[in-house]
Ligand binder design. Structure first.
Ligand SMILES: C[S@@+](CC[C@H](N)C(=O)[O-])C[C@H]1O[C@@H](n2cnc3c(N)ncnc32)[C@H](O)[C@@H]1O
Length: 347
């Protein structure tokens, strides 16, 4: 007998993507019993599906993103991992991690994975997927990447001394100003290290950090030690961000946080959509500051993403640029005009 589940998300509006909290309804499915001509109509209450990428099993909520072409997705993630030169001394940020696919498929090649995802169901899935597959060195954070990227980089990479220096730097001041302008939150850099170890959220209430048994991690030596999260910085030598954002791309605050943290040396994008615009901001050498706000009378609304990226560059704090190293298209959607693109930036 084949078991099916049909779920419909009820959303009335002009958007083509329903909000995550739109109600889900089960649709009756006609099934045919083996050795029988008759059809039975049933409604299944199973709200999740299961799929495999490589030898890992994934449990997926109805509102969570999951690549449909799992064989090609496996190749895409593995290619990203190869280019990132992963090893036990690697701390991997899986930005826009969905159900944890990239981080979990690469977890056995790195010291630690920190996944960031705004869809709470997907974050629960990621946590569950780590458990199903016996993976202990991944943490998943439920938040918008633009709200937490800067604070996470500080939390995981900076020594307390560096944090003090940073807090005096103009780059940090600017970021805080920008965060304030955008109504986002900044996390106290000197957050309680024990909180960090226990995987408790140091963010505002809407954020949620989940991690698999901290005890497991400490025993395996794959995560932080009793010294607290600030000791993790020196422990990891290769800091990599793999970003797989939606078509609208990464928020400029995330780009700025990644570009201005000097310890992040490799950036891999798995999404071609706004890659050009992001690469402009990540790879253009710092320029002397020009007057802010002069766009020579050009309307912001008519500007391309690349044009906007060039404008934002003018307020990018002085920082070492990345350089584009290589890119490869991966055809996840054969016979359609869409395809994914892996691109490696390094510095
Ligand atoms: C293209 S999917 C990639 C998911 C995952 N990496 C994978 O391959 O299965 C993009 C993901 O980004 C998440 N997302 C969108 N905007 C976000 C934001 N501002 N911060 C964090 N996650 C975001 C979406 O919920 C979605 O899960």
């Amino acid at each position: 007998m084949f078991w099916h589940s049909n779920r419909l998300q009820d959303h009335r509006g002009i958007s083509n993507a329903a909000p995550a909290d739109a109600p889900l309804r089960s649709l009756p499915v006609a099934i045919t019993q083996a050795n029988s001509e008759s059809e039975v109509v049933k409604t299944f209450n199973e709200t999740r599906i299961h799929d495999y990428i490589g030898n890992l099993r994934f449990s997926i909520s109805p509102t969570a993103f999951f690549q449909v072409n799992t064989l090609a997705a496996e190749k895409l993630y593995s290619l990203a991992g190869d280019w990132a030169r992963l090893g036990p001394d690697t701390l991997l940020f899986d930005v826009c991690c969905g159900t944890g696919t990239i981080g979990l498929t690469l977890a056995n090649r790195v010291g630690m994975v920190v996944g960031i995802e705004m869809n709470a169901s997907a974050v629960s899935d990621a946590q569950r997927n780590a458990e199903i597959n016996g993976i202990a060195n991944c943490k998943f954070i439920c938040a918008k990447a633009e709200d937490v990227m800067g604070s996470l980089l500080k939390e995981y990479l900076d020594t307390p001394q560096q944090q003090d220096e940073d807090s005096n730097s103009s780059a940090n001041d600017e970021q805080q100003n920008e965060e304030a302008d955008n109504g986002t939150i900044s996390v106290d850099n000197k957050s309680d290290p024990q909180k960090c170890l226990k995987g408790e959220s140091t963010e505002a209430d809407h954020s949620h950090v989940s991690n698999k048994s901290t005890e497991d991690e400490q025993n395996s030596g794959r995560s932080s030690t009793v010294d607290g999260c600030s000791t993790m910085g020196p422990r990891f030598k290769n800091i990599v961000a793999i970003v797989d954002p939606p078509r609208s791309g990464l928020h400029p605050i995330v780009i700025k946080a990644l570009r201005t943290h000097p310890r992040l040396r490799r950036y891999i994008s798995c999404n071609p959509g706004t890659l050009v615009a992001n690469a402009i901001e990540l790879c253009t050498p710092s320029v002397e500051r020009t007057e802010k706000g002069s766009n020579r009378g050009q309307g912001w609304r008519n500007m391309s993403n690349a044009g906007l990226a060039r404008q934002r560059l003018k307020s990018m704090p002085k920082s070492e640029p990345f350089r584009p190293v290589k890119a490869m298209a991966v055809d996840l959607f054969p016979h359609t005009p869409h395809c994914e693109l892996v691109m490696l930036l390094e510095r």
